[in-house]
Design a protein around this ligand. Sequence first.
Ligand code: NDP
Length: 241
Amino acid sequence: MARVALVTGGSRGIGAAISCALAASGCRVAASYAGNSDAARRFHEETGIPVFQWDVSSFEACAAGVRDVEAKLGPIDILVNNAGIVRDSTLHRMTRAQWDAVLRTDLDSLFNMCRPLIEGMRAQKFGRIINISSINGQKGQLGQTNYAAAKAAELGFTRALALESARFGITVNAICPGYINTGMLAAVPADVMQKAILPQIPVGRLGQPEEIARAVVFLAADEAGFITGSTLSINGGQYMC
Ligand code: NDP
């Protein structure tokens, strides 16, 4: 029986690559998105993967979204918490709205998505939860107190839930991508990319979304049951810990 996977923010960027890779591995996949309906429609037309719109920062919307996906595809076995945003600013200029938006979307979403799913996973004695954190949650980054705090907290969440879930056949792991070539980097000025970011990456290039997706497929496999509470860094050698 094919596993059912849900990828938040699964219609664009890293999430789209994850959705496609999980589908190619034999899963039945649902991809959620926030509001970019054109991109979601194009993704659905190109891949055939069903898309669902809800805001992962809303607990009620996530609960309803999970119900909707499960009604259409069946009980969810694999959850990839990928949806995330940046609202960069140094702390002395950061607004409360920038702080809240990132913490709600990047961190609260883990509770909002895992809470409606965890009881079903415990009952079925199987689950794979993969949280897409960031290199900047591991090492910090100028202008990203909000993002670095949320992404670092994802790692604590991952480890705590892994401990709670281990005896139920549920694994919980995190991936920390380095700089990956997606729309999220579009806001980075070209000279900053050339002079400040690329020189810090030992392999000398940005990562590709597919390079994150293949690690998700690895962690999501039935055979990966002994890997839990781990953090996998995929950053071209930029940060080793
Ligand atoms: P993109 O901006 O390319 O795509 C983000 C996806 O998340 C979109 O599908 C978007 O939906 C969705 N999304 C955003 N906010 C919400 C929300 N409130 N509710 C539901 N869905 C939402 O991002 P990336 O692919 O670059 O990043 C994916 C993840 O990887 C993020 O968690 C990011 O922090 C992390 N990451 C990215 C890195 C990079 O270099 N790109 C580096 C390290 C980590 P819509 O299309 O509707 O807007």
